[in-house]
Design a protein around this ligand. Sequence first.
Ligand SMILES: Cc1ncc(COP(=O)(O)O)c(C=O)c1O
Length: 472
Amino acid sequence: MKKSIVLKTAIPGPRSQELGRARQSAVPRGPYNITPVFMARGEGAMLEDVDGNRFIDFAGGIGVLNAGHAPKEVVRAIQQQAEKYIHSCFHVTMNEPYVRLAETMNRITPGSFAKKTLFVNSGAEAVENAVKVARNFTRRSGIICFEDAFHGRTLLAMSLTSKVHPYKDHFGPYAPEVHRMPFSYCYRCPWGKRYPGCNIECGTFLEDFFKRYVDPTTVAALVVEPILGEGGFVMPPQEYYPILVNLCRKHDILVIADEVQTGFGRTGRMFACEHWGIEPDILVTSKSIAAGLPLAAVTGRAEIMDAPEEGSLGGTFGGNPVACAAALAAIDLIEKQNLTEKAARMGEKVRERFEGLWKKCSCIGNVRGAGAMRAIEFVKDRATKEPAKELVNRITRLCYERGLIVIGAGTYGNVIRTLMPLVITEDQLEEGLDVLEGAILESAQALQPASVETRPPAPIAPRPGGDDVSVV
Ligand SMILES: Cc1ncc(COP(=O)(O)O)c(C=O)c1O
């Protein structure tokens, strides 16, 4: 097996340390840094730092690089567009890449109805615009969101985000008319139930919510990540979304799916909604849309998207032609290379490895996910499920010191997630998983002797796509 990881210095190396000192004095501490290294170059799933160390990337810049680092086709599209013009401002003189990309988004997103797409600059901005459109169309103001959700850091997006520290504390007051209900988190079921004998109370609860918390006639939209991203890759059972969507339809409430992290093939489908066969009224995308250039899209039913009047939506940079050209090339690459199917196959390998680890380590409470979006939830004790955040910090540090970039997630910070570029080679995937497995086994043993569990993980939910096994 050809090795991709090459470590020439201790991590961080001298040049990264030097830049780190400059970063400390020139940049506020607010923007956190998971690893202490500075990037010099990237190719596919390989990332090289400024000291010449080569890492395998299981983070993809937090789910942005489904098409890999600097894919040739995307680089060429960026160069060609930049040589012609870099900016037009869609409101002044229009640009063709914007319109072509809108056509592409309307084609590839779930739902056979007529759609229209608006482009903005970031996931948070797209969420904000989806809510603006929904409020304008329905002439209602209420928004329902979920516990453990993450929708971004701007005022409304932050208000929709659940986790308090570090995203929300001391940043209030928050946007009003935001109503939060528990999510379908089987491993930590808010109702203390166990699937499938739970009657999907997390879904039917919405009807109760309308009686106890908010009048449905005042609610414009329900905003949901089909699979929680920052919340720890929590994936509801098959019945969940059809129940929620039907209740929303009954009360004329729009469904906004935030697929910023789940989109563009990551879960083994082009969009995660497809696992449940649901068609949201508005779909929000960003991250992997343009292989790393800042871009986000709001795609929705044409009549809904056309509700706000001329001049009421947009921004200076939204739908920048270079970013749109990059997105057209990135989506073309994802489609032509069948990266969606590859994500499903790759996910099987990751799932097998994670389930194997579950059998060996009592500190692993739950393994879950879909396609290449996989997670391990760590606990101090399987019976109490007390979150083991320190363990995740230790594992991620060990990994990057050994040449694998991997990141955590979860409201309790006790989840490790995989967001590797989907173009990763089989050898790179195996090598990266070997490093991750080694770091988990070693860290688990340092805390307490690993208890070997021989019983296979009990499936708690027949997951959409049939590719997930969860453990309670
Ligand atoms: C599901 C989801 N929505 C919204 C956002 C916010 O995106 P951005 O950081 O581009 O504003 C994120 C970012 O992680 C996300 O995962």
